[in-house]
Design a binder for this molecule. Structure first.
Ligand code: GLN
Length: 490
């Protein structure tokens, strides 16, 4: 069943947000103000405090910034792209003078010394930053239950997880606590929570947005991603953030300057991965909806083909070997000396000092990954695990190129299930890892991908589809996504 409307509605306040463009028109016609917007979102943050979506609210700052923008705005002049847009950020994105903890005890009370480039670009365009959002510790997880500051609840059903690792950012948009939010996506952490919360989640291609100021989990996979409720706003935020940055040498320095969205209807060639829809872990209702989407696209005049994708079962193992290897190296800097929290211990020597700090301050999942990563990189196991996983990554990239020689986009599920109950996978990390089967492909290959909230399940939870395009094809991804969202409205 197509998901008819965003099920989560607010009733308390007069302010009503649809798109940035409408909001800007209202501002220019003096029908609304940034201050009204901020007070609406702060009210909602207060009412939904129990969802635990935020780590910190920058209430005073947001109120002041809104008042300043309202005062400075003079009728008629074009507004900056993010003027008054209320944005929340994940607690892995540095913002000078504000706390950043990666939802970990090891960074408790640590204050950022500089601002992430992508965030700075939003601020330069006059965005209002309302606060930082809860997430899985160091962005490791799929349910937001690995936060040192407690889990986040899904606003549509508070007994369910919001997904992870950017669960707080997803709920902040879902429950109208901001207009847009930022997450990070290393293996699905924007798309999967978007799927569980019934909103849009975009992971841009690797290198599209600067990673400078994003706390690293696995550097060759990490990308900042965007949550929103409509395609125009999400891609507008992408346009603003995807600017060249000398501080990130792995990024594409040409930026993203998209042409206007298509006005005429274009026909596309879609590939559906056979093994993805036939996978035994996939909820049959989700499989059926993907099949029906294929029919609908055919009926609408697009070309669709079910293609063989025999590499599906290798991608989760390859992802976990490579990302834990990178994580074990990235997280070695947290030793209790240079950063944040240092527990009260009386170690006998330096070695014991590090061991005690790290043992006490990292959570179980982070420790598991550091150990796994250290193991796969160790002499004797390096070739058997790390080198092999790199070979799989190379194979996947090759396969991806072959697919995009013939197709404009790939369509597959985002997650095998809808949002699951809190605590369900607590004792079974492997089950949680395996649920990343559909999202990690885009990160292993570096391509852009988006989760679109098209459907609702008979269990009353939303779910969506994932659209993946070739590297550098964010414009095609935008146009296809806009078309699919229209399908939902019909
Ligand atoms: N669920 C995946 C993991 O735990 C993805 C995390 C992410 O994208 N940050 O690694």
């Amino acid at each position: 069943m197509y998901f008819s409307a965003f099920s989560y509605q607010e009733t308390a306040n007069m302010f009503f947000f649809t798109t940035i463009r409408d909001y800007h028109q209202q501002l220019q016609a003096n029908e609304s103000s940034c201050s009204e917007a901020v007070s609406f979102y702060l009210d909602n943050c207060k009412r939904h405090e129990h969802l635990n979506a935020f780590r910190e609210l920058y209430a005073e700052e947001a109120i002041q910034k809104a008042a300043l923008l309202d005062e400075q705005r003079s009728g008629g002049l074009p507004l900056k792209k993010m003027h008054g847009v209320v944005i929340a950020i994940k607690d892995v994105i540095c913002y000078e003078g504000h706390k950043v903890s990666a939802a970990s005890r090891i960074l408790k009370d640590f204050t950022s010394l500089y601002t992430a480039s992508a965030l700075q670009y939003l601020i330069d365009e006059e965005a209002i930053i309302i606060g930082s959002c809860n997430c899985d510790e160091f962005a490791m997880g799929s349910s937001n239950e690995n936060s040192a500051y407690g889990p986040v609840k899904n606003a549509l059903d508070e007994s369910k997880v919001p997904g992870g690792s950017s669960g707080g950012s997803a709920v902040a948009v879902q429950a109208n606590m901001c207009m847009l939010s930022l997450g990070s996506d290393t293996g699905g952490s924007v798309r999967q929570p978007a799927d569980f919360c019934g909103i849009i989640g975009l992971k841009p291609g690797y290198g599209t947005i600067s990673r400078y100021g994003l706390i690293a989990y696995a550097s060759s996979f990490d990308q900042i991603g965007i949550f929103g409720k409509n395609i125009d706003d999400v891609f507008l935020a992408l346009e603003v953030m995807a600017k060249p940055d000398v501080m990130d040498s792995t990024m594409n320095q040409s930026g993203f300057t998209p042409p206007a969205p298509l006005t005429e209807e274009k026909k596309y060639k879609f590939a559906f991965l056979q093994q993805a829809t036939a996978h035994p872990s996939l909820d049959p209702e989700i499989a059926k909806s993907i099949d029906s989407l294929q029919d609908d696209l055919e009926k609408a005049g697009h070309e669709t083909t079910s293609i063989d994708f025999d590499l599906l079962d290798y991608i989760v193992p390859a992802y976990y070997v490579l990302t834990t290897a990178e994580a074990s190296s990235n997280l070695s800097r947290y030793d209790g000396v240079r950063y944040g929290y240092r527990p009260e211990t009386k170690p006998e020597n330096l070695e014991a000092f590090y061991a005690e700090n790290r043992s006490e301050s990292f959570g179980t999942e982070v420790k598991r990954r550091i150990m796994l990563g250290t193991f796969v990189l160790s002499t004797g196991y390096y070739d058997a695990f790390y080198t092999k996983a790199q070979k799989i990554r190379a194979l996947l990239v090759k396969r991806m190129h072959e697919i995009f020689e013939n197709y404009d986009a790939v369509i597959m599920p985002v997650s095998p299930t809808t949002a699951f109950p809190l605590g369900l996978h607590e004792k079974d990390p492997l089950a949680m890892y395996l649920a990343d089967i559909y999202t990690v492909f885009a990160n292993l290959t570096g391509i852009p991908a988006i989760a679109l909230p098209l459907f609702s399940h008979s269990n009353n939870m939303p779910f969506g589809v994932q659209v993946l395009c070739n590297s550098g094809s964010e414009v095609t991804l935008r146009d296809i996504s806009a078309g699919l969202m229209m399908l939902k409205k019909q």
